[in-house]
Ligand binder design. Structure first.
Ligand code: ADP
Length: 232
């Protein structure tokens, strides 16, 4: 699913954002990626989605080799991934239904398949009754759930969520994580980027900690190593 070996990313201005990262995430896993601001989390995600290419090292995501992927292959890689952004990125003048259906139309799905699948994913995220409203009529938590439904609609093998709880209060954040757990139980691999320690600690999941571009901890069941190590 995800294989990174000795991956480094140095931006054009000389900033070393990721340094010799080695990482393996298998099908069906639920993983938190955490670390303080500027530690390299977004860079790592951009490397996985093919938005940027590593300076050195090897990255394979869903059988695509990111180091030498052709531009025309990137849309195919992206179809195997569902990405959820912190700022939702919903289309304001389209209904909830259309926001989700749009992602299926973009890959040429038929109307009948779209109707069936969109209803299924909206039901999964608990928004079937909000199908006809526009995003601005929803709460932050509901908007984030639309974004998750959209990420799921093309049945990706892997969901990557970048700070999905950034704009939510603690109760909504917990609800959202529980939803990701449910999606994971249905078979989708989940990678969640977050800096919310308390939230991560509530779940007995694998936690990868990045600091100063280096993976400094990778273990199941909490974030506790992080505070001791991140001063290093
Ligand atoms: P995080 O997501 O953990 O906050 P980032 O991956 O955004 O961390 O950033 C890691 C480091 O790389 C930081 O020092 C940041 O300033 C730098 N950085 C991020 N994007 C760029 C860029 N496009 N050009 C140069 N430096 C960047």
């Amino acid at each position: 699913m995800i294989r990174m070996s000795d991956v480094s990313m140095v931006y054009d201005n000389g900033t070393r954002a990721v340094h010799k990262a080695t990482l393996r995430i298998d099908e069906g896993e639920f993983v938190f990626l955490t670390g303080s601001s500027g530690s390299g989390k977004s860079t790592l995600i951009k490397l996985l989605t093919g938005e940027i290419r590593p300076t050195s090292g090897r990255i394979v995501v869903n059988n695509y080799n990111i180091g030498n992927i052709k531009k025309r292959e990137i849309p195919y890689l992206r179809r195997t991934l569902g990405v959820v952004f912190q700022d939702f990125r919903l289309i304001p003048d389209k209904s909830v239904y259309e926001n989700v259906a749009f992602a299926m139309r973009a890959i040429g799905a038929r109307n009948r398949a779209i109707r069936k699948r969109v209803r299924y994913v909206l039901d999964l995220v608990g928004l079937n009754e909000k199908m006809d409203v526009r995003p601005q009529e929803l709460s932050g938590g509901e908007q984030q759930r639309v974004a998750i439904a959209r990420a799921l609609v093309n049945n990706p093998r892997l969901i990557i969520a970048d700070e999905p709880t950034g704009n939510l209060d603690p109760a909504r954040s917990l609800e959202l994580m529980t939803l990701f757990e449910k999606i994971n139980e249905l078979g989708t691999t989940i990678l969640i980027v977050t800096h919310e320690k308390e939230l991560v600690d509530k779940f007995e999941k694998r936690v990868i900690v990045i600091n100063n571009g280096e993976i400094i901890s990778d273990q199941t069941g909490g974030y506790y190593e992080y505070e001791e190590s991140y001063e290093l």
